[in-house]
Design a protein around this ligand. Structure first.
Ligand SMILES: [Ca+2]
Length: 520
């Protein structure tokens, strides 16, 4: 009896994936070289929480990024780069596995990766290539130990620190605990250069993953940049303005979040402002840009600049006042979009712009293609190298986004979103609230929620249907759940209306009973 019960339960639990076309993650790493391919050296540079538009060449008023600008000029700007979940660890896990969050199941920033997870550098190592990891790993807070796939390792526990928090604080350098010697961004650049130096006379192709702690909060610029942007004028987005009612049919959770750790009225539970935070953020970003310059300079010194692929990307976006929020997590553009530029003079023409939507899940297949290794069939992403070379290849028309509720930051609900070229549909799962539909061409700031407009009912229904079909196909119909861990940041500031909840959307209100036959 028990056995039958267990079997039925098993079928029910895995029903979501049973009908999908997804290839399971294999038990072993089997690296297949592409016949005749020239393995290329690759440097992948990741930053933390860098939003897509905070780069000089895009015209951001506070961003000073000459090296990112130079990469776009000499190479490729992937202007529509996104992350499938806008949160540090889930996004990093997608980069390293090529999988959506519901497949790698790293749904928060606290827990280590589940057993059986395969990181793409394991395939590179298996092929005999040199692999180095330098910087923030952040899947699991408790360990700084070297992870599978890397033969050179510099990292630290959890978020790491801009400066060492105490005299005994250490980072892990190839298994040895050494003191953190200075400001984190420049320190990581030095280790990146050390790894590159070691490759000088080696025959092996190499892959370097340089993963910055910056520009994650608390935004801490290097002393030479602190205060450099304090007088530069800029204005917050219009959507930072507080709504006094809910006639625009925005979600109640969104309006409530304004007075929370992740909102304009109580940012990070501090008395700071979005303006002040953005200035320090852009000042801290200047050192990340310097780091790119240091790496490029080193490649030139070694005579391998022209044939090395360098990719720069952010792990998720960040809002400074958009929708009244301070943070990421949500499916809105400023949260889910990331900066991405890449260069390799042997591969790409300078000034190339890729319009297609590329994502964190595409990084692993892209690096593997550049290094002449077949993409394993279980990966969800796809190499974007051909797009940057102007090839016409089949590509995604719709981009699928997920975020799973975190117990320790309870402000943002589980949600699923589908982004096409014209419309974005977002559904909030498990809360009594409104979904959203935006015309992202006419309304790129996502202010006009069309979900209750009868003129858009057909589009809403189509997007909803397509979203659930895609979830089914991709194996995403089961919501991963984690037990509580970490302190819950659920406070609200009383003087800014902390005890009051937001109004329901206007479209939910009716003036008369709907079921007259029940009236007595
Ligand atoms: Ca992040």
């Amino acid at each position: 009896m028990n056995r039958i019960h267990t079997t039925l339960l098993g079928v029910a639990l895995f029903a979501g994936t049973a009908f999908s076309d997804v290839t399971p993650v294999p038990d072993d790493v089997v690296s297949m070289k592409v016949p005749g391919a020239k393995p290329r050296n690759v440097v992948f540079i990741l930053s933390d929480d860098h939003r897509y538009d905070a780069m000089g060449f895009i015209g951001h008023p506070l961003a000073r990024t000459p090296n990112m600008d130079a990469m776009a000029k000499a190479g490729v700007h992937l202007k529509n780069a996104f992350v499938t979940t806008s949160l540090c660890s889930p996004s990093r896990a997608s980069i390293l596995t090529g999988l959506y969050t519901f497949r790698h199941r790293v749904i928060d920033n606290q827990r280590p990766v589940p057993k059986g997870t395969l990181f793409f550098p394991q395939y590179l190592q298996e092929a005999g290539y040199a692999t180095g990891f330098v910087g923030k790993w952040h899947m699991g807070h408790a360990s700084d130990e070297p992870r599978p796939g890397f033969d050179y390792w510099v990292s630290f526990k959890g978020q790491g620190n801009y400066y060492p928090p105490g005299p005994n604080y250490t980072i892990n350098v190839n298994g040895e605990r050494v003191p953190q010697d200075g400001y984190i961004t420049s320190l990581l650049s030095r280790y990146a250069v050390e790894f590159l130096e070691q490759q000088k006379d080696r025959e092996k192709p190499f892959f370097l993953y340089l993963s910055h702690k910056a520009v994650h909060g608390p935004f801490t610029p290097e002393p030479k940049y602190a205060g450099t942007l304090s007088e530069v004028p800029f204005t917050l987005p219009a959507s930072a303005q507080k709504l006094t009612d809910n006639k625009l049919n925005r979600p109640r959770w969104l309006l409530d979040q304004r007075n929370s750790w992740h909102g304009m009225d109580f940012p990070l539970h501090s008395g700071s402002t979005a303006e002040a935070l953005l200035r320090s953020y852009c000042e801290a970003l200047r050192s990340v840009d310097d780091s790119i310059g240091t790496v490029i300079e080193q490649l030139k010194k070694m005579g391998i600049h022209d044939d090395t692929l360098v990719i720069y990307m952010g792990d998720n976006g960040y809002m400074f006042g958009e929708h009244g929020l301070i943070d990421k997590r949500v499916a809105y553009e400023t949260s889910s979009r990331v900066p991405m530029v890449m260069q390799c003079p042997e591969l790409f023409n300078g000034g190339t712009v890729v319009d297609e939507v590329v994502a964190n899940i595409d990084v692993a297949p892209t690096v593997m293609e550049a290094m002449g290794i077949e993409k394993p069939p279980h990966m969800d992403g796809k190499s974007f190298l051909p797009l940057a070379q102007g090839e016409e290849i089949p590509w995604r028309d719709y981009f699928f986004y997920v975020y799973y509720w975190e117990q320790n930051y309870p402000q943002t609900p589980t949600h699923f979103a589908l982004r096409g070229n014209h419309y974005k549909y977002i559904t909030y799962y498990g809360v009594w609230d409104t979904d959203e539909l935006f015309d992202i061409q006419a309304d790129p700031e996502e202010q006009n929620n069309l979900i209750h407009d009868p003129a858009f009912a057909k589009i809403r229904n189509e997007m909803q249907k397509r979203l659930y079909e895609m979830m089914e196909d991709l194996g995403g119909m089961a919501i991963p759940v984690n037990p509580p861990r970490g302190r819950q940041q659920n406070k609200r500031l009383r003087s800014r209306g902390g005890v009051n909840a937001a109004d329901f959307p206007e479209a939910f209100a009716v003036d008369k009973p709907l079921r007259k036959e029940l009236r007595k």
